[in-house]
Design a protein around this ligand. Structure first.
Ligand code: UT7
Length: 339
C-alpha cells in the first residue's frame, strides 16, 4: 500500500501584541465599522520589534512536535518545510535555522513560497517527502511577519494582515487512517502575478545602489483587493470540489471546510458557491486577521479548541494567494490535541 502522510500534531503561536481596529483608526483613515463590515476582522496580532519569522516558527514548531509526541506521532521530525512570504532573509532559506533551533540536527529543511497558499504547498511537499521515502515524518510550518512588509500608510493591507505561526507534524501511515491527507489539488496562474506583489527587492527591481529603474523602489506588499477577491472565491470553491471528488467525496458530505482566512465575505461567497451552510466554515479571522501561510493551521487549532472540528469529521482545507496560487485537500480529522 502507498505511504500516506498522516497529520498527527498541531501547534500554534501568536505574538502578544493585539492591535484592534480602533487602534488602526487612530493612525489611518479607516474605522472599525469599515473593517468589520468589509472583512469581518476585529483585531490582529503583530510581532514585537526584533521578532522575526523564524522566532514565531520555532514556537509553533515546538508546540506541534509536543502535540505529536503526546499522541500517535514521532518524537521529532526527519524534515522541516517552512511556508512563508516573509523569510528572515531573502537568502538563505529560514527553515534550516528553524530546524536547528528545534534541535532537529541536520535534517533537510527548505522554504516554500506560495504566499497565502503556502501551507497547502508545504503539505504537498511534506507528503511528497514521505511518499518517496525521503522522510518518515515532516514538520510543516506556516509562519509570517507581514507587519514588516506592509506600507504604514496603506489602509487596505494594514486592516487585513496579521502575524502568526502554525505547524503540523506529518508521519508516514496508511491512506485509510484518520489524519491521512487525501489527494492534493494545487494550481497557479502567473498571469495574475502583479495582483499580489512586493514590487522591489527581487531581481526584477533590485535595491542595488545606482541601479537604474524608471520607477521608484517600492519595498512594500501590494494587493489589488477586488480582483483578488473574485479569483479567491472561484479558485477555492473549484479546488475544494476537485479535491473532494478525487478523494471520492461530494462537497455536501464535508462536515467542516477550513478555508484560508482572508475575508469573511470570501468565506461566505465560497460557501454559497458550493451550496453549503456557512456554519461549516470555521471563522478565525475576526481575532487574528489574514495571517497568510499561517492561517490554515491557526484556524484548525481554533476550530478544534472551540469544538467545531472534531475527530471523525470529513474535512477539507483550501487556500488562495499570490502567484496566483491555490490548493485544496481533504482528510478525516484525527484525534489530535493542539498545543
Ligand atoms: O490572502 C490572500 C488573498 N487575499 C485576499 O483574498 C483578499 C481579497 N480582497 C479583499 O479582501 C477585499 O478586496 C479588501 C478587504 C482588500 C478590500 O475590500 P473591497 O470591498 O474590495 O474594497 P476596495 O478595494 O474595492 O475599495 C473600496 C473603497 C476604496 O475607496 P474608493 O476608491 O472607493 O474611494 C478604498 O480606498 O474602500 C477604501 N478602503 C478603505 N476604507 C476604509 C480600502 N481599505 C479601507 C480601509 N478603511 N481599511
Amino acid at each position: 500500500m502507498a505511504r500516506a502522510a498522516v497529520l498527527c500534531g498541531l501547534g500554534t503561536y501568536l505574538p502578544s501584541r493585539a492591535v484592534g481596529n480602533d487602534d488602526l483608526a487612530r493612525e489611518l483613515d479607516t474605522s472599525d465599522e469599515w473593517i468589520r463590515s468589509r472583512t469581518g476582522i476585529g483585531q490582529r496580532y503583530l510581532a514585537a520589534p526584533g521578532q522575526a519569522t523564524s522566532d514565531l516558527a520555532v514556537e509553533a514548531g515546538e508546540r506541534a512536535l509536543k502535540s505529536a509526541a503526546s499522541g500517535t506521532g514521532p518524537d521529532g521530525a526527519d524534515a522541516v518545510v517552512l511556508a512563508t512570504t516573509t523569510p528572515d532573509h531573502s537568502c538563505p532559506a529560514t527553515a534550516p535555522v528553524v530546524a536547528s533551533r528545534l534541535g532537529l540536527g541536520t535534517v533537510p529543511a527548505f522554504d516554500v513560497a506560495a504566499v497565502c497558499t503556502g501551507f497547502l504547498y508545504g503539505l504537498a511537499a511534506g507528503a511528497g517527502l514521505i511518499a518517496s521515502g525521503t522522510a518518515d515524518s515532516v514538520l510543516v510550518v506556516g509562519a509570517e511577519t507581514y507587519s514588516g512588509i506592509l506600507d504604514p500608510a496603506d489602509r487596505s493591507t494594514r486592516a487585513i494582515f496579521g502575524d502568526g505561526a502554525g505547524a503540523v507534524v506529518l508521519r508516514a501511515g496508511a491512506p485509510d487512517e484518520p489524519g491521512a491527507l487525501g489527494p492534493l489539488v494545487l494550481g497557479s496562474d502567473g498571469t495574475g502575478n502583479e495582483l499580489i506583489q512586493v514590487p522591489s527587492g527581487g531581481s526584477r527591481r533590485p535595491f542595488h545602489a545606482g541601479q537604474a529603474h524608471s520607477e521608484p523602489a517600492d519595498p512594500y506588499f501590494r494587493m489589488a483587493g477586488r480582483q483578488v477577491f473574485r479569483n479567491a472565491v472561484e479558485r477555492m470553491s473549484d479546488a475544494t470540489t476537485e479535491a473532494a471528488a478525487r478523494a471520492g467525496r461530494r462537497p455536501e458530505e464535508l462536515d467542516v471546510l477550513v478555508a484560508h482566512q482572508a475575508n469573511l465575505r470570501i468565506l461566505h461567497a465560497v460557501a454559497d458557491r458550493l451550496r453549503l451552510p456557512r456554519e461549516r466554515f470555521p471563522v478565525h479571522l475576526d481575532r487574528v486577521g489574514n495571517t497568510s501561510a499561517a492561517s490554515i493551521p491557526l484556524a484548525l487549532a481554533d476550530a478544534v479548541t472551540a469544538g467545531v472540528l472534531r475527530p471523525g469529521h470529513s474535512t477539507a482545507l483550501t487556500a488562495f494567494g499570490g502567484g496566483l496560487t491555490w490548493g485544496a485537500t481533504t482528510l478525516t480529522w484525527p484525534a489530535v490535541v493542539p498545543v
